[in-house]
Design a protein. Structure first.
Length: 131
């Protein structure tokens, strides 16, 4: 499951399963699915995304049932993805920028488990979609 936590409002949303079509654009961040089976890839040489020296890979979903038209991966000169851009069918773009990336410090599995006991006073909402 995917959880969205809004500390300012003390709300936790328990989202849909990680393989739902709506999550396809960020599924690679969650470690589920395979980019090559879900997307067709091209280079985006429009110059509208990324910076000088970066490479922008444009991924187009193979399925028409997803909520995005493109997923852009902005890759720096070292080969690290430092930004992802999700282009929606409505024409808007959502950007995820990564900084101070540390690939050497191991993370414990417990880091990714939600402990409801530590979140007293929070309201929990479950996804009630058709999936």
């Amino acid at each position: 499951r995917l959880y969205s936590i809004f500390h300012a409002r003390k709300v936790i949303n328990e989202g849909p399963r990680c393989n739902d079509d709506d999550l396809l654009p960020v599924s690679f961040l969650l470690g589920v699915g395979y980019l090559e089976s879900a997307f067709d890839a091209d280079l985006d040489e429009s110059g509208r995304r990324g910076t000088s020296g970066s490479t922008v890979v444009a991924l187009t979903p193979k399925s028409e049932d997803v909520n995005c038209t493109r997923l852009y991966l902005v890759v720096d000169e070292s080969g690290s993805v430092w930004e992802t851009i999700v282009a929606s069918k409505s024409g808007s773009e959502t950007r995820f920028r990564f900084s101070n990336i540390d690939t050497t410090t191991p993370l414990r599995a417990a880091t990714f488990k939600l402990d409801r006991k530590k979140l007293k006073g929070y309201k929990f909402y479950k996804h009630r979609g058709g999936h």
